[in-house]
Design a protein around this ligand. Structure first.
Ligand SMILES: [Zn+2]
Length: 300
């Protein structure tokens, strides 16, 4: 493993050889080339109880069956587990989740009341999931009464502290919050963390730790795979709903960023390998379709 400790040791040894220092292989190749491959399934917006019907629960069953066919280390659910805060749907969700053969980690969406999320899923909501060299920061930024995102000063301080610690531990961060941070006005949804609700402070933290924060990951939109790269090197990606997605014809209308042309319900496999994050859309009941590869400059 090409970590900072071995690097320091090498430099010390090199200096003792009469000032001659050879660059270790890992400097030249980039550390990302040597980090173990990480693979996740990312799903979102299952909305159990949608329209008061069974369909969303049935589709969640189908999703779980298909997730089991995809090799991955863990599963992320990016919020809106149930629809409209329906408490009776959480046990239904958990029964099906129990059939998934990988660890599953959730964040709440605006349809998940915090007290029900804490009762059925996890308390406290904000948590850190470490996998190999990746540190996933999971937090709740949604409120029941709004489609916008909100970050409190305490949450911002937590993100900052976790990112700083990631650097000390030579880990890389993926920040998971239901509502996107990125400004997205018409023809987009218009749902994001508005400047007065923590957006400015969040982007300052992201800029300070841009060598550690690889990506921001969100749900909420039901618009397939949607993303922006204008806070490079940090990627921002909105993931599709496993219940339904709709096109907003964003690419035709020259909206900023990208929106892959796939709007069936589904989930995403995410693989990070050799400094590249590959997203692959798995529509339910069909073969994987569209893909996008994002270069991770931090790992190169
Ligand atoms: Zn939502």
């Amino acid at each position: 493993m090409c970590g900072s400790h071995s690097r320091r040791r090498f430099l010390k040894a090199g200096l003792s050889l009469g000032g001659l220092v050879l660059a270790p292989q890992c400097f030249a190749a980039g550390e990302g080339g040597r980090l173990p491959r990480v693979s996740l399934v990312v799903l979102s917006d299952t909305h159990l109880g949608y329209q008061g019907k069974e369909r969303a629960a049935e589709q969640w069953e189908l999703t779980a069956t298909e997730v089991n066919k995809v090799p991955a280390d863990l599963v992320l659910h990016l919020g809106d587990i149930v629809d409209g805060g329906r408490e009776e749907q959480y046990p239904v969700y958990l029964r099906t989740r129990g059939k998934i053969d990988k660890p599953v980690h959730e964040i709440p969406g605006n349809h998940d009341p915090a007290e029900l999320f804490e009762k059925y899923i996890r308390k406290p909501i904000a948590t850190v999931v470490e996998h190999e060299w990746l540190r996933l920061l999971l937090l709740g930024n949604a409120r029941r009464e709004s489609h916008d995102g909100f970050l409190s000063p305490a949450q911002l301080a937590w993100i900052e502290a976790q990112s700083r610690e990631a650097k000390q531990e030579n880990r890389y961060v993926a920040l998971c919050m239901h509502v996107p941070a990125h400004t997205n006005r018409h023809p987009d949804r218009g749902w994001y963390i508005k400047p007065e609700h923590g957006q400015k402070e969040l982007y300052e933290i992201v800029a300070r730790h841009q060598e550690r924060i690889l990506c921001l990951m969100h749900g909420h939109f039901h618009n397939g795979i949607r993303g922006w790269d204008d806070h490079a090197p940090v990627h921002e990606v909105v993931f599709p709903s496993a219940l339904y997605n709709k096109t907003r014809r964003l690419e035709e209308q020259m909206a900023p960023g990208y929106n892959l042309p796939e709007f069936r319900p589904g989930f995403t496999s995410l693989v990070i390998e050799r400094g590249v994050m590959r997203l692959r859309f798995h529509p339910l009941g069909a073969e994987p379709s569209v893909e996008k590869s994002l270069s991770l400059a931090q790992l190169r």
